[in-house]
Design a protein around this ligand. Structure first.
Ligand code: ZN
Length: 373
């Protein structure tokens, strides 16, 4: 494992972004007794804590986040949406980013933290693009991959990765990007924002039709100017190491090879982890480590090393830290002595091997590759 100069973005305020009382996924009320919102600060704060406690933090290069400007946000979102968010943000009890749906909520003044998330991804992206660091992990919150140009969605306020791509294009000579999204949910926001952009290859590996409803299907392949530049790999619930490795070897890596981006960006959700309360996939920390290693090697071979990993979902407060630590270890090439005590049990489970019905899903998704070659 070659050692690298790895950038690290975290800010205590990411943990303070307040989604309030919820019955997990749904607003409180009726018979759902109020508890925490599924997207609360604990998973991310505990990952930051483990990176510190393990000592790995001392091997990383801190990158200071800042708030994204209106101008930067408007490269990916409409002015109407930004004005709506400002109005929601002014309410004394906070607001709603997903308009009438009401699940992407934030407290009074938290829009500053959403701007800090987008700005953190921009700064990490610029540091990678300019080769000031070899690669970077942006542990930002709120997440971004569901946000659409004119609305927030699925706990996401701003399309952090999309905004960063536009900022990198404006500030550097880089134009060609690939986004690999392994969050358990479909990366619909990234897909929508680059639907007709021939210079962004968008790949999403996700649980088939988990969220958003009836989206993320294999035949969504990009607009007329970018046909083939959107690759969806919907996998059945229960997919584990075997299915993800096959999806990488049969589709993700060949697609990257065919397209040869100048920079690879990962939408890194750990809700495809086996203990997630929302997803129904079965990945362990070693699997996130393996996927990171594949993309790091690809980036070193083909993209001048440029790899940016951006935190998205993941809702198991006690397992996300192990998964995140494994990714950051792999990026930096520094192995701590922390042991994921959950991993041996998962590795011994025979159902983590590739199953025939999973292979059928992968074969269908692989048909999209022919448009790239
Ligand atoms: Zn997710």
């Amino acid at each position: 494992m070659a050692s690298s100069n790895t950038g690290w973005v975290w800010h205590e305020r990411y943990g303070w972004y307040d989604t309030g009382r919820f019955a997990g996924l749904v607003p409180p009320g009726g018979w759902g007794e109020p508890d925490v919102h599924m997207e609360n600060g604990e998973t991310k704060r505990r990952l930051a804590s483990l990176v510190s406690a393990s000592g790995l933090i001392h091997e990383l290069t801190p990158i200071r986040p800042r708030q994204a400007t209106d101008e930067e946000i408007l490269t990916a979102h409409t002015a109407d949406y930004l004005a709506y968010l400002e109005e929601q943000n002014a309410h004394p009890r906070g607001g709603i980013a997903d308009r009438g749906i009401g699940r992407t909520v934030f407290s009074h003044g938290d829009l500053d933290i959403a701007r800090l998330a987008a700005g953190g991804v921009i700064e990490a992206g610029l540091a990678v693009a300019r080769r000031e660091v070899d690669n970077a992990y942006a542990l930002t919150r709120p997440p971004g991959h569901h946000a659409l140009p004119d609305t927030g969605l699925g706990f996401c306020v701003f399309g952090n990765i999309a905004i960063a791509i536009h900022a990198i294009r404006a500030a550097t000579s880089l134009t060609r990007f690939a986004v690999v999204d392994w969050d358990v949910h479909h990366g619909n926001g990234t897909q929508a924002m680059f639907w007709d952009d021939p210079d962004v290859l968008s790949i999403s590996v996700h649980q088939d039709q988990l969220f958003p409803d009836a989206q993320g299907l294999v035949d969504e392949r990009g607009g007329p100017a970018a046909e083939g530049m959107n690759l969806n790999i919907p996998l059945p619930p229960g997919s584990a190491r075997g299915a993800y490795q096959q999806a990488f070897e049969q589709i993700v890596l060949p697609a990257l090879d065919a397209y040869a981006p100048e920079m690879v960006i990962v939408a890194c959700g750990f809700d495809s982890g086996t203990y997630d309360p929302h997803g129904r996939m079965m990945l362990g920390s070693d699997d996130f480590r393996w996927m990171t290693a594949q993309l790091k090697q690809f980036a070193v071979d083909r993209s001048d090393g440029r790899l940016l990993v951006v935190h998205e979902g993941g809702y198991s407060a006690w397992y996300v830290p192990f998964c995140g630590l494994a990714v950051v270890e792999e990026l930096s090439g520094v192995r701590t002595d922390i042991v994921d005590t959950f991993m041996p049990r998962l590795a011994a489970n025979p159902t983590t091997r590739l199953q025939p019905h999973q292979q059928e899903h992968i074969d269908r998704a692989a048909e999209g590759l022919r448009l790239l070659k």
